[in-house]
Design a binder for this molecule. Structure first.
Ligand SMILES: Nc1ncnc2c1ncn2[C@@H]1O[C@H](COP(=O)(O)OP(=O)(O)OP(=O)(O)O)[C@@H](O)[C@H]1O
Ligand SMILES: [Mg+2]
Length: 450
């Protein structure tokens, strides 16, 4: 910008000076012509005197040189001086004698402008030079520069402020809306409101009402499932009781006995499903603070689960191995491995995972239950050598009612894992599943240690 201003200012001043020089040249040539017509023979001294008389006020200083670069005459502030010793910029005089004008500006802002004067033979016989004080020009240019830079600064501040304003008014609400949609997708519904009446405000209102409707709908669904489960509980107990009665009373007809056994098995399955649904609906209603939680020794709890599930595993020719947590040197003052849980629910969760391991394993395989610990965490691992879960289904199997594509080998409703997840999360823990199709599955529960 600075360079552009300099360039523009010097081309302007150059143009002005050239116009001036053209006028002075004309006057000088007039003197030459007049002198020639009156005397017929040019006499340099007289010409210089006459030219100076005519042009002495045309600059702060006026000089006339001959073709040998000698100063012939000089006028300062309009007065002709005979014996001056001024600063001569020889280079400019040389250029002028070659037929072009030349100028230089000194540090004290004096402009020396030299222009050639041709005689009747079109020879560059003289050089006419005038000196102009152009300080005023520098003052104006500095003022323009100041105005431009101040303007640029103001513009920059304006742009920054408007960017901040745009960021505040556009980016911030968009982030808020984005956050809301992300929490909606996690089924966490919260109110969305922007205090504005434009499109973004309308979008927020739309999102808010969608969130409320979704929340109400999900609540309604959960309530419906809970009510139906409750209603089914009593008749199902009756069906199961009668089935058992019929099964135990039928000793002769083997076909009928088979039918009653099947009835009994199916009513057991339904009872299991209803119980799990009721447990889930209880979680949906009750906050974690209402659950009874106590400091529980996990080694013992896992041992109990391993023993109670042992019989079921044995029926299928599967062996359960439990490896309890080994005491570590840093644990010398701590007895056992404890977590703050509800022992009944925690046993239910681990048993559910062991049941899956049995259900989705082939006979004569091994299930390993392992308890590990660090100073802050308890890690429960249930590893089987069963059918495994495909990588793209690892997340989905933790959702309610989802069963993997290869799960048809066993009965189930797809609720067990989601119940385990809910239980573990109630105790500030999490579940992780690793699996390879055909090789086996390892489900890990991590809980905070107390
Ligand atoms: N150890 C495992 N090995 C292979 N697949 C498993 C294992 N555990 C869970 N799965 C898969 O995850 C799905 C969901 O498991 P989940 O326990 O929630 O349901 P389920 O066992 O089918 O039924 P239920 O509600 O009776 O437990 C299962 O259907 C199965 O496909
Ligand atoms: Mg299951």
């Amino acid at each position: 910008m600075n360079k552009a201003i300099d360039y523009y200012s010097f081309t302007t001043i150059e143009k002005q000076m050239m116009e001036k020089a053209n006028l002075f040249e004309l006057s000088f040539r007039e003197v030459l012509a007049q002198h020639r017509s009156s005397t017929g023979d040019p006499q340099t001294k007289e010409i210089v005197r006459l030219a100076l008389e005519k042009l002495k006020a045309s600059g702060k200083e006026v000089r006339i040189y001959n073709s040998s670069k000698h100063l012939l005459g000089l006028a300062v502030d309009g007065i002709i001086i005979n014996d001056g010793n001024p600063l001569i910029l020889k280079k400019n005089i040389e250029i002028a004698l070659s037929g072009r004008y030349a100028y230089s500006v000194t540090e004290d802002h004096l402009l020396y402008f030299a222009t050639p004067i041709q005689d009747q033979y079109y020879q560059n016989a003289y050089v006419y030079e005038f000196v102009e004080d152009i300080s005023y020009f520098y003052v104006i240019m500095n003022q323009i520069r100041f105005i431009l830079f101040a303007g640029a600064g103001g513009f920059f501040i304006l742009i920054t402020l408007s960017s901040l304003w745009i960021a505040r008014n556009t980016t911030k609400p968009i982030k808020l809306l984005l956050g809301a949609t992300q929490s909606f997708s996690r089924q966490e519904f919260r109110r969305v409101h922007l205090h504005r009446k434009d499109e973004l405000g309308m979008l927020a209102d739309g999102l808010d009402s969608m969130g409320r409707q979704l929340h109400d709908y999900i609540q309604y669904q959960k309530q419906f499932v809970s009510n139906v489960s409750h209603e089914l509980k009593t008749p199902l107990a009756a069906i199961r009781g009668f089935s058992q009665y019929l099964y135990e009373g039928e000793n002769e007809n083997k076909e009928l006995q088979k039918v009653y056994a099947h009835l009994l098995q199916e009513s057991d399955r339904l009872t299991h499903l209803i119980n799990e649904l009721l447990l889930l609906s209880q979680f949906d209603k009750v906050g974690s603070n209402k659950l009874e939680v106590e400091k529980t020794e996990i080694n013992g709890l896992m041992q109990q689960v391993a023993t109670s599930m042992g019989a079921k595993a044995k029926d299928k020719g599967i062996k359960i191995v439990f490896m309890d947590a080994k005491a570590k040197p840093e644990d010398k003052h701590i007895m056992g491995v404890h977590a703050n849980v509800n022992s009944m629910l925690m046993s239910h969760a681990i048993a559910n995972l062991v049941e899956n391991a049995i259900k989705y394993s082939v006979s004569s395989s091994l299930i390993e239950l392992k308890l590990e610990h660090t100073s802050s965490e308890i890690v429960i691992r249930i590893r089987d050598e069963g059918i495994g879960i495909a990588g793209d289904e690892l997340e989905k199997v933790q959702e309610r009612f989802y069963r993997a594509k290869n799960a048809s080998t066993a009965n189930g409703s797809g609720l067990g894992l989601s119940i385990c997840k809910e239980i573990v999360e109630r105790f500030q823990g999490y579940i992780d599943i690793e699996s390879q199709i055909g090789e086996g599955t390892t489900v890990t529960i991590v809980l905070p240690r107390v």
